[in-house]
Design a binder for this molecule. Structure first.
Ligand code: ADP
Ligand code: MG
Length: 242
């Protein structure tokens, strides 16, 4: 699904990610962990094609295709999704209209009506413990940290990508919200064979999402990869002594 080959990424002349390699197969879940400032979000943004991050060396292959030349919206249409660590607030853009526009971009031949989109995803919103009034609120505008996470999760669950990169989707969620979001993601994982790259600091989401592989990134490099036992070691020894 995703192959990262000798990837080096820079922003404004500064190298942030250095020569990283890994491969994520269909249906697999990989966790990416590491201290603040390691370059985890940069990797997610670079895979998605954020213009601030330049690929200096190496390749990002999505379903065997080098996606370097593809724009962000083309990558999204190919089936890549990124849940932002810091989602932007859009005053005046209704959450429901935004999701409808996303669905319309993915399936241009389908005729979509606002009322039917609302009806189809009402239960998804409910499964995230969000009130139906969120549909008519401006996207992320004035949302609490946890509500922004759920808004990202709602987009993930409705757009059903082939590859989902979740950048700290569990941060700032209370226990019940974490359970609701994680369970909804598990359902997606079961039903659509989505592959996940989950950036996180916490082991609690691993109880639900059960990573096949865990990678540890420090100073822009993957310093260790292993299975879920690595998460316990991090909790015990920290990133410095792993
Ligand atoms: P993480 O998500 O692992 O916490 P980030 O990917 O957000 O880390 O950031 C990695 C490092 O790159 C940080 O130290 C950040 O300050 C730095 N960085 C990001 N953009 C730039 C830039 N334009 N110029 C210089 N440094 C940057
Ligand atoms: Mg980050």
């Amino acid at each position: 699904m995703l192959k990262i080959k000798n990837l080096t990424v820079a922003s404004e002349g500064k190298t942030i990610i250095q020569d990283i390699n890994f491969r994520l197969r269909p249906g697999e879940t990989h966790f990416l962990m590491g201290p603040n400032g390691a370059g985890k979000s940069t990797l997610g943004l670079a895979i998605m094609g954020h213009p601030n991050f330049k690929i200096k060396q190496g390749q990002v292959l999505f379903r065997k295709k080098n996606i370097a030349k593809h724009t962000t919206d083309q990558r999204a249409k190919m089936g890549i999704f990124l849940a932002f660590q810091q989602p932007t607030e859009f005053e005046g853009v209704k959450l429901l209209d935004f999701i409808k526009a996303g669905l319309g971009a993915l399936w241009p031949r389908r005729e979509l009506h606002t009322a039917s989109v609302r009806k189809n995803i009402a239960s998804t919103l409910q499964s995230l413990d969000m009130g139906q009034d969120f549909f008519d609120r401006s996207l992320n505008w004035g949302f609490s940290g946890g509500e922004k996470r759920k808004s990202e999760a709602l987009q993930l669950l409705t757009l059903k990508p082939k590859l989902a990169i979740l950048d700290e989707i569990d941060s700032g969620l209370d226990v019940d919200s974490l359970k609701a979001v994680a369970k909804a993601i598990v359902r997606l994982k079961k039903n659509s064979r989505t592959s996940f790259l989950v950036i996180t600091h916490h082991s609690r989401i691993a109880r639900f999402l059960k990573p096949d592989f865990v990678h540890i990134m420090v100073d822009g490099r993957i310093v260790k990869s292993g299975d879920k036992k690595l998460i316990k070691r991090i909790e015990q020894y920290g990133y410095k002594n792993i």
